[in-house]
Design a protein around this ligand. Structure first.
Ligand SMILES: [Mn+2]
Length: 322
């Protein structure tokens, strides 16, 4: 698969890289790093990383604009479903490649490198570069490192395996990465975000089934001077709360006229629940979008049900093991 992808990249003069809407560091990292690597390998090619920009991720580099995509190859990264591709219309392209680590949703590429045991799309790009003549430099290596760190939540999620550690170890070694320097742009944040996180901690509600939730209307975001993406970016900081198995933030997004749903779990599988609400993602880290806050009560109910089932099963297992 690696060499097939490489051969296809080699064939095209114009290459566009896209990722999912509402980008996260892995989406940014994997597209920007692969773009830079293709440019380093084939300086004569025209390579573009597209999608809506985000002020938070400028340290990954600049996004590109392209109007005419005729005869171009599209590479979609970190995105399992067609409807979440940001800024690219599949039928406009000559050929499409998918590189992804989410559970399979839509088939849309002639070539699809899908591995949901990989920690991140960045890790797959790293392996693609390592197994083909594609070129890496310190800039590419730094970007990939940040994508992996972010999608594994600093190697805490169970998608970090010995494979991830081996990949990262050789990356640090070979490119002499100063990882402390790299963390600063990724994790530095303004004080108002910390205060907002404090507000969430003070106001989370926890159901009898171990589901923690909070509804965050726009006026609250304005009061704290944060945006609709902020809660989703701090949700991993609410892991390992004794009383909580599943936690979910509902954030009003006035720009897109919907409610962003971000959910995490440390046991119950939650992506199936969210797939019923225009969402999806990983087993223990998923998101969705709904139209109104009233729909969020249905999501809480459904999450209660999977959390309850998980608890009951665990209790059952414990009794059987006695
Ligand atoms: Mn990812």
């Amino acid at each position: 698969m690696f060499s097939q992808i490489y051969e296809t990249i080699k064939k095209f003069d114009k290459i566009v890289l896209a990722r999912h809407v509402g980008p996260d560091p892995d989406a940014m990292s994997s597209t920007m790093a692969l773009r830079d690597s293709i440019r380093l390998t084939f300086p004569e090619k025209h390579v573009y990383a597209i999608g809506s920009g985000s002020q938070r991720f400028t340290y990954f580099g600049h996004l590109d604009k392209i109007d005419d995509v005729s005869d171009a190859l599209l590479i979609v990264l970190d995105t399992p479903d067609i409807r979440r591709i940001d800024g690219a219309n599949l039928s406009d392209f000559e050929e499409v490649i998918k590189i992804d680590h989410h559970p399979f949703v839509d088939k849309f590429g002639e070539l699809e490198l899908i591995d949901d045991t990989a920690s991140s799309a960045a890790e797959l790009v790293l392996e693609l570069i390592n197994n083909t003549p594609l070129v890496m430099d310190k800039g590419v290596a730094s970007k990939l490192y940040l994508g992996i760190v972010s999608d594994t939540n600093r190697f805490m999620f169970n998608n970090s395996t010995s494979r991830t550690f081996k990949n990262v170890s050789s990356l640090i070694d070979e490119y002499q990465l100063n990882i402390n320097e790299l963390y600063e742009p990724l994790y530095l944040r303004p004080f108002n975000e910390v205060k907002f996180e404090g507000y969430i901690g003070l106001n989370l509600k926890i159901t009898a089934d171990g589901v923690a939730y909070i509804k965050l209307p726009n006026n609250l975001l304005e009061e704290f001077g944060v945006d609709a993406a902020s809660p989703g970016n701090m949700i991993n900081n609410f892991n390992f709360i004794d009383e909580v198995l599943v936690w979910v933030f509902f954030t009003e997004d006035v720009k897109n006229e919907n409610i962003r749903v971000s959910a995490r779990s440390r046991g119950p599988v939650i992506n199936e629940v969210l797939s019923h609400y225009n969402g999806g993602g990983h087993k223990y880290a998923s998101g969705a979008r709904v139209k109104t806050f009233s729909e969020t009560d249905l999501i809480i109910n459904d999450l209660n049900a999977v959390s309850r089932a998980f608890k009951n099963k665990n209790e059952g297992d414990k009794i059987e093991n006695k």
